[in-house]
Design a protein around this ligand. Structure first.
Ligand code: FES
Ligand SMILES: [Fe+2]
Length: 407
């Protein structure tokens, strides 16, 4: 699997014309508007007020009420493939490491040493992923286990015998982790309900694709994209923009206007865009019997709020994960996958180059829109004409999701 990482960008500076109301008052007004919008039928739905995408106060509430409580998709399970594999992650400023222990079980452990809080896997000296048998702190070499119920427990701390220190109670905090369709889901809330039951309906819609067995072949990360996380999630939750943003690339192959958006509510949504020519997808999106509705071949989009979208094509799939890094910045990670066995086919190297080029090109196009929207929001425009098309139903659903958690 190839992994790419793009450099952080400059955040958009909010315009000096921001409304003059105090921060608590502005937050109250924004939440009141969210309450009003979430109660509207889709026919009257419209976009959130600009402050919802720029306010540090609202962002703080989103972190506490959404990101620290919800199941978040953070990786593919095959990125941590075998006993001893690890993946370094930073989730909302929380340094974590996902490990696979000797029994093959996954653990999401804090990466902060219990001694004097050193990062156990500093990016300056440690690869983002690899293998290890123990987690050894590079500062004073305190060493933690990876195995089973001892995961995170201190295995050794040199020169601590002369002081009163009980190493048996010293362990790295572990967070909840589940694997759903091959994706690693993480929850920072120890009391959260399990992830799988709430996604059962989505499982049924995805069941014919066998996504759990697909193989990741390419991952690319864009750090600190200068836009609020919701701008990116909303962009990834509608295909209306194919006709503008992707007019020369996706739209001729997957016309946004032909998208059928399913009637969903709650945490997840689905929609389907048929291929304009199922026999000959212009970007190599060839026909495959398992992706389609009835006789139609096309792209199935499945989204899970707050931060995950999966696009399944006949012979490839792309997952997008977003994580906020501040009120007006976020990270984006895109993973391309192919059905099992596809990497062994002849000429797969060329196919992989094409997939990598497509991921980069489509994301660069999306980034023009995402950055451009955030620049627009920074000028605090009047949102009263920001009406939704029927193709933007998932954005209307997203407001209802946000209202349920933030109000
Ligand atoms: S901070 Fe990790 S051993 Fe000292
Ligand atoms: Fe897009």
């Amino acid at each position: 699997m190839t992994v790419h990482r793009s450099r952080p960008e400059e955040p958009v500076t909010p315009a000096s014309s921001a409304p003059a109301s105090s921060a608590p008052e502005a937050l109250r007004e924004t939440l009141a508007e969210l309450r009003r919008l979430a109660a509207l039928p889709l026919e009257h739905g419209r976009t959130l007020p600009p402050l919802a995408y720029t306010s540090p106060e609202l962002y703080g509430r989103e972190v506490e009420r959404i990101f620290r409580r919800e199941w978040l998709c953070v990786a593919r399970a095959e990125e941590i493939p075998q006993p001893g594999s690890y993946l370094r992650l930073d989730v909302l400023g929380t340094p974590l490491v996902v490990t696979r222990d000797e029994e093959g079980e996954l653990h999401a452990l804090s990466r902060v040493c219990r001694h004097r809080f050193m990062d156990l896997l500093p990016p300056e000296t440690t690869p983002e992923r690899g293998t290890l048998t123990r987690l050894t702190c590079p500062y004073h070499t305190w060493t933690y286990r990876l195995n089973g119920r001892y995961a995170g427990q201190l295995a050794g701390a040199p020169l601590m015998q002369r002081v009163d220190f009980d190493r048996a109670v010293c362990r790295l905090p572990a967070h909840r982790v589940e694997v759903w369709n091959g994706f690693v889901m993480l929850n920072l809330d120890p009391g959260a309900a399990p992830a799988a039951p709430a996604l059962h309906g989505l499982d049924q819609r995805l069941s014919s694709h066998g996504i759990a067995d697909w193989v990741s072949v390419h991952t690319q990360t864009w750090e600190d994209v200068p836009a609020n996380w919701k701008v990116a999630v909303e962009n990834g939750s509608e295909n209306y923009h194919h006709m503008g943003t992707h007019a020369a690339t996706l739209d001729p192959v997957l016309p946004g206007r032909d998208t059928e958006v399913d009637e969903c509510d709650g945490r997840w949504f689905t929609m389907f865009t048929p291929l304009s020519d199922p026999e000959q997808g212009g970007t190599g999106l060839g026909k495959h019997s398992r992706s389609g509705r009835g006789a139609q071949a096309g792209m199935l989009i499945a989204g899970i709020f707050p931060q995950f979208v999966l696009a399944v094509l006949p012979d490839s799939a792309v997952s997008i994960r977003w994580l906020p890094t501040g009120p007006t910045t976020h990270d984006t990670q895109i993973t391309a996958m192919v059905p099992p066995g596809a990497p062994d086919a002849p000429h797969f190297a060329e196919r992989l180059s094409a997939i990598r080029a497509q991921v980069a090109q489509i994301q660069e196009e999306d980034l023009v829109a995402i950055r451009g929207v955030q620049r627009g929001l920074a000028s605090h425009p009047d949102p009263s004409n920001g009406r939704f098309s029927h193709l933007e139903r998932p954005l209307w659903q997203f407001q209802r999701y946000l209202a349920e958690r933030l109000l």
